[in-house]
Design a protein around this ligand. Structure first.
Ligand code: COA
Length: 328
């Protein structure tokens, strides 16, 4: 079994240059730096300003860096899974655009839509492709240009999100890798966090645009409650299944939606704050990109054999956790 585990052999990222501070948001909506920092932990976020660039651009840059880190050339990749809720187009898949641009001539690719849990779903599914033996090298990308679907006149949402991409290369290896995962979906709460128009149910019309229905909508308080419970519960679930205590876990890699949600998860898991990867202050919630961005930011501090729990919660509702043993 161990010979067919999927291990992460390369990590890459892309962050747009433009930094949007809380102060700048004060000029768009009735908010202030103190409120945003104390309620969310966010100080600034990156915004992809160039109107000719979108999610595929950030995904491409992160993918190339991950390939370089792994020492793998693009033509060795068998499959590309790109998690996003902000694809360049409804179709073709953004994965296809990335496949072309990076020169992954032997890969098939598709997008995966699971909002903030997207990267975890993509990573576990990429892992199963490797474990089955059907793929030898898989590129897993989480990328979102949230600024494209955020309403910068809505103070309850525009303060939360940022743009970024992260990517990893998965290969078969020994002595670690993706050991276990738990994923959940609950469509009952589909409208707690969603984009009302632009899909086949409500195609874009003059009216939908006038009503700002092409922007993300969120019932913040309800999502907060669900996310706090869900992320902690699923993290404990994966620890229990694998007989891990808080002391056994070297790192918690939480989705970065709100610092208060992250703190509550770490507390329930019995994990010290120094073992929790937190970069929400600099980037905000970058949806599918938060977890690979953390892996990138902390990659020099990871050691072979580290037990890592990745955990996320998002629209759908979707939530999940992965138990990974670092093996790079
Ligand atoms: N600046 C200043 N005041 C704001 C504000 C802002 N940007 N946004 C909301 N407020 C106000 C509200 O209008 C409300 O005022 P009221 O009491 O007069 O009605 C007050 O602040 C409290 O609002 P509330 O929604 O209860 O705040 P909160 O503590 O729940 O924080 C969020 C709001 C959005 C930060 C929080 O609910 C959250 O993080 N939710 C989850 C987000 C998330 O995880 N989304 C992605 C899922 S992965």
């Amino acid at each position: 079994m161990t010979s067919k585990r999927a291990i992460i052999t390369g990590v890459g990222h892309y962050l747009p240059e433009y930094v949007m501070s809380n102060k700048e948001l004060e000029s768009y909506v009735d908010t202030n730096d103190e409120w945003i920092r104390s309620r969310t932990g966010i100080s600034e976020r990156r915004i992809l300003k160039d109107p000719d660039k979108a999610t595929s651009y950030m995904a491409e840059r992160a993918a190339l860096e991950a390939l370089d880190d792994a020492g793998v050339s693009a033509d060795e990749i068998d499959a590309i899974i790109l998690a996003t809720v902000t694809p360049d187009y409804m179709f073709p898949a953004t994965a296809a655009l990335v496949q072309k641009r990076i020169g992954a001539v032997n890969a098939y690719g598709f997008d995966l839509s699971a909002a903030c849990s997207g990267f975890l779903y993509a990573l576990s599914n990429g892992g199963m492709m490797i474990e089955s033996g059907r793929a030898k090298k898989v590129l897993v990308i989480g990328a979102d240009k949230m600024s494209a679907i955020v309403d910068f006149t809505d103070r309850t949402t525009c303060i939360l999100f940022g743009d970024a991409a992260g990517a990893v290369v998965l290969e078969a290896g020994e002595g670690g890798g993706i050991i276990d995962f738990v994923h959940h979906t609950d469509g009952d709460e589909q409208c707690m966090l969603y984009q009302p128009a632009g899909g086949s149910l409500r195609p874009a019309t003059e009216e939908t645009v006038k009503n700002n229905e092409h922007y993300l909508r969120q019932d913040g308080r309800s999502v907060f409650k669900k996310a706090t419970e869900g992320m902690a519960d699923v993290s404990l679930e994966i620890m229990k299944r694998n007989n891990l205590t808080g002391d056994d876990v070297a790192w918690l890699v939480p989705h970065q939606a709100n610092l208060r949600i992250i703190d509550a998860t770490a507390r329930r898991m019995g994990i010290d704050k120094e073992k929790v990867m937190i970069n929400i202050g600099k980037y905000g919630n970058t949806t599918a990109a938060t977890i690979p961005l953390c892996l990138y930011d902390w990659k020099d501090q990871l050691s072979k054999g580290d037990n890592i729990v990745l955990s996320a919660f998002g629209g759908g509702l979707t939530w999940g956790a992965i138990y990974l043993k670092w093996s790079k």
